[in-house]
Design a protein around this ligand. Structure first.
Ligand code: ADP
Ligand code: MG
Length: 174
């Protein structure tokens, strides 16, 4: 059975570093939207284009899983709903899903962001400290059930299923 590794964590947590290691160890396809957004737009978010990009990358990932390859989804996935949707989609492609959560305290996070800016300026964009601290409030930590791969929640009220929810969250997915 193919495996999807779902990276979860804030900017600077070390997701892409770990994603590269996992991709090498498992000969997996790694999907890192930052590596597309920066060359294409010079931005991490540009008018909803990141959502469009992520929807297409998700499709590529599901096709790779269905073809038997392991996949590393390096989106960040701050919300539980995003994670539930992607876990459900991986399962429906006949694959397993492992949530890889990298917690990071605020001091370490700021130090790693600064380190990356200094050592790999082409792979990142300057981040404002106030904004980084606001992001910490918005991030929904995965719980033990998600990390253990427990049963996946249903979609929020009003949604027929996770595919429909995913088509709204990532417009190019539908
Ligand atoms: N486990 C670690 N210990 C120390 N530094 C790390 C670790 N993981 C990543 N880093 C460094 O922290 C910075 C951010 O890592 P990165 O993987 O780009 O984070 P993310 O993809 O979560 O934003 C990089 O400079 C990276 O080299
Ligand atoms: Mg990254």
């Amino acid at each position: 059975m193919a495996t999807m590794f779902l990276m979860v964590g804030l900017p600077g947590a070390g997701k892409t570093t770990r994603a590269r290691q996992l991709a090498q160890a498992h000969r997996a396809v790694r999907l890192t939207p930052d590596e597309w957004m920066i060359p294409l737009f010079g931005l991490l978010e540009a008018d909803g284009k990141r959502d469009v990009l992520e929807g297409r990358l998700l499709r590529v990932g599901l096709e790779a899983l269905a073809g038997g390859a392991d996949v590393v989804v390096d989106f960040g996935c701050w919300s539980r709903d995003e994670r539930s949707a992607i876990r459900w989609l991986a399962r429906s492609a006949g694959a397993g899903c492992r949530v890889v959560y990298l917690p990071v305290d605020r001091t370490t996070q700021l130090a790693r962001i600064a380190h990356r800016q200094a050592t790999a300026p082409d792979e990142t964009l300057p981040m404002d400290e106030t904004e980084v601290l606001l992001w910490r409030e918005r991030f929904e930590e995965p719980d033990a059930g998600e990390l253990a791969g427990d049963e996946i929640d249903g979609p929020p009220a009003g949604w027929a299923g996770w595919p429909e929810w995913a088509g709204a969250r990532w417009p190019s997915f539908a």
